[in-house]
Write a protein that binds this ligand. Structure first.
Ligand SMILES: NC(=[NH2+])NCCC[C@H](N)C(=O)O
Length: 349
């Protein structure tokens, strides 16, 4: 069989640690699911390995599903993505809710609508799709979409493991030196440290947030213009992720990050396009010269009962089921008679 490189998403393993640490060094400041800190990375990977091994156990606390994208046959890890089945719990999940307060005076005939940030502490939180990272050489051509969409196929396979609401916290406006206008205007006065430090510390322990965050709502008009303008806006490198998630049905309503005011997108799990439109069908044949309608470019994943594997690839539709090319079937480790879950990749040509 020809060895065409293929990219497959699979659950993280403890042996991936070294490669994940190397990957984290390619990010500017690290990501929640890919911290630039070896001990924290190890903790995350162990949490994820445990979570995958306890999927069948309803009483277990499922902390983190972390996936890696592996290039076959080289074994190189080129990207990661993750899902936190539930945020909040023992430690609350913090966010600012942007509300409107109306102030009106009959005497002066004045009416003001003030934007106000209210601190939210959520113990019974939603499912969060975590940060996604893909090596720059692999970006484009739909690979990032596979990494993002496979999380929704995984959720569709295991709905009972996830909350009915799904959120994504997107990176807010920060410049190349790690300076966030919102943090400078607000957090910095209360925490006394710079944004990258506070961001990193919050991954370990959120006690300081509880103790040091301003206790009162914040009137947005009192913040400098640049900080006001950054509320709900994303970092320029996060703009493609925002478009992708909005295309899947996630929307920004009124929640933002408490440190840098990046938007928190929300959607009901069942209303996410890739969850709603994904289908499970049986594999009729594995053939390099398939008949049937197609090919169709899909994000394809194994279904329940098999270890989770996902890839982007071509599918052909026949009356008796799907036809997959050999390399794709080999990557997904599937045989005729088994089923796969798939959804349109929606990648631009
Ligand atoms: N950019 C940040 N690190 N913000 C602080 C953490 C906020 C996050 N929503 C949490 O509760 O964990």
């Amino acid at each position: 069989m020809s060895e065409v490189p293929l990219l497959v998403v699979r659950p993280v393993r403890i042996e991936d640690l070294g490669q994940l640490n190397a990957l984290a060094h390619l990010t500017a400041t690290g990501l929640t699911t890919l911290p630039r800190d070896e001990s924290l990375m190890e903790k995350r990977v162990k949490q994820a390995v445990r979570t995958f091994s306890q999927m069948e156990d309803d009483s277990a606390q499922h902390e983190l599903f972390l996936f890696v994208m592996e290039e076959k046959p080289s074994g190189q890890i080129v990207g990661t993505c993750g899902i936190v089945p539930k945020v909040g719990g023992f430690k609350p999940f913090y966010a600012y809710r942007l509300g409107t307060d109306v102030h009106e005076s009959e005497t002066l005939k004045l009416r003001y609508e003030h934007k106000v940030l209210h601190l939210l502490r959520e113990h019974d939180g939603p499912t969060e799709i975590g940060s996604l990272f893909l090596r720059s050489e692999y970006r484009g051509g739909g690979t990032g979409r596979v990494l993002s969409l496979c999380r929704f196929l995984f959720m569709a396979n295991h709905p009972s493991l996830f909350e009915s609401e799904v959120i994504a916290e997107l990176r807010g406006v920060i410049d190349d030196d790690g300076v966030s206008p919102f943090w400078e205007a607000l957090g910095h006065h209360f925490f006394g440290i710079d944004f990258p430090n506070a961001d990193m510390l919050s991954l370990y322990n959120k006690e300081f947030i509880e103790k040091l965050m301003p206790r009162h709502p914040i009137y947005v008009t009192l913040l400098p213009k640049e900080a006001q303008a950054s509320i709900g806006e994303v970092h320029r490198l996060t703009a493609p992720a925002r478009r992708l998630l909005e295309g899947e049905g996630l929307r920004w309503y009124d929640l933002v990050d408490i440190f840098e005011a990046g938007p928190i997108l929300q959607c009901k799990r069942e209303e996410i396009r890739a969850v709603r439109e994904s289908r499970v069908d049986v594999i009729a044949a594995i053939d390099d010269h398939p008949d049937g309608m197609g090919p169709y470019r899909k994000c394809i994943a194994t279904t329940v009962g098999k270890s989770f594997l996902a890839a982007g690839g071509l599918l052909y539709l026949r009356e008796d089921g799907l036809v997959l090319e050999k390399s794709l079937a080999a990557a997904l480790e599937v045989q005729p008679g088994e089923s796969v879950r798939y959804v349109d990749l929606r990648a631009e040509a």
